[in-house]
Design a protein around this ligand. Sequence first.
Ligand code: EPU
Length: 419
Amino acid sequence: MAKYIIEGGHKLNGRVKISGNKNSILPCLAASLLTEEEVVLTNVPNITDVEVMVEILMDLGAQIGREGDSLKVSCKNINKYVLSSDKVGKLRASVLLVGPLLARFGKADFSHPGGDVIGKRAIDLHLSGFEKLGYKVESHDLEYKARKRWGGDKDVRIFLELPTVTGTENLILAAVLKPGVTTLRNYAQEPHVGDLCKLLNQMGADIEGFGGSELTIKGVKVLNGTEFRISPDNMEFGTYAIAAAITRGEVILENCRDLDWEPIVWPLEKMGLIFEKKDDTFKVKSDRLQAISTLTTGWWPSFPTDLMSVVVVLATQSKGVSLLRDWVYESRMFFVDRLISMGASITIADPHRVLVSGPTSLYGRTQETPDIRAGMALVLASLVAEGKSTINKAELIERGYENVIEKLSSLGANINRAD
Ligand code: EPU
């Protein structure tokens, strides 16, 4: 078990490079299964979720090499359609391999994917989508077998009951090589879904309408290799911006080319953060931090759920009462008991809503993180807390954030890692 030990009270100042987007590289790796040619992905973050995805792909027969921040992926010799449950249980995004396996073999065996425990994290919409695309899916005790039915409708319309992110990606991946036109309505429009569509089109797919009300995927016969740059991680961008603001520092966030920042920046500006955009960088500092009357998360371009945990910390340092609502997950907010133990004034209204009064002084404590985003929220809280904090199970943070210790230390934080 890894732990982070943080001595609070240091302003963050300097420059930090925003890494490639975790939730973009994972579907893009899955897409490389759809061609026998080499796919080169650049701006790839060095995080454990990528390591696990690479291990699963190699277990299926892929050859993958890393050079700096690039991954060269060759899926010529893929020879398995079974996803082994030990690794799939560690990573929610492993479910994204099912769509490409179906496209390639017409069948896939897989277990219910694991990942952060922040809610029930169903996959029923992936499964019903596969059924519409012409597969029969049998499930028994969280184990699934999907098999191609004879036929299957040529043109398919799928209305998603909710715009599930990995569900949208999985159906796109399953549909790109399927004859006929697949149309998705109420699909997810997160920047990482956009990255996946761009990569697939570069590989020769025919996907149109991203950002509009319907996404159409015209099946093509074959996909080719390509080189593709992963866009910056908007969750890391928001996290470091808030870290700069609550420590009263001034930080320049670099490597922000193609970042879709508007849905993230508006509530942070309302709360007193000041952003100055210049070319591919953003300078961030804060004025008087103030509460936001209500902030509600949702699917893009709503404010993203993955930034809610760090916004709770921002609200503890802001004047007034903030009502923060996350409808996406049932358990996202449960980590706030850790912040309360550090001195925060937070009332849990129900599983989806908290009321945060600020500003409050925070005090260092020893705690365990339940998930990636709560872990980073505890890091931020510890940066402003009086005294020493220890965050146990810090390896969870490293699933999604690259080089946390190096990046924060270079900005002036007193943070160390121990095993
Ligand atoms: N849902 C269903 N049925 C489905 C699919 C989803 O009911 O078939 C529900 C889930 O139970 C959950 C909600 O819809 O309550 C959100 O699920 P969604 O499928 O949109 O999320 P996801 O695809 O599992 C991705 C990110 C998450 C991020 C969400 C929302 C990846 C690998 N993961 O998850 O990222 O929170 O979208 O934006 O892309 C993280 O990075 O820390 C993280 C958890």
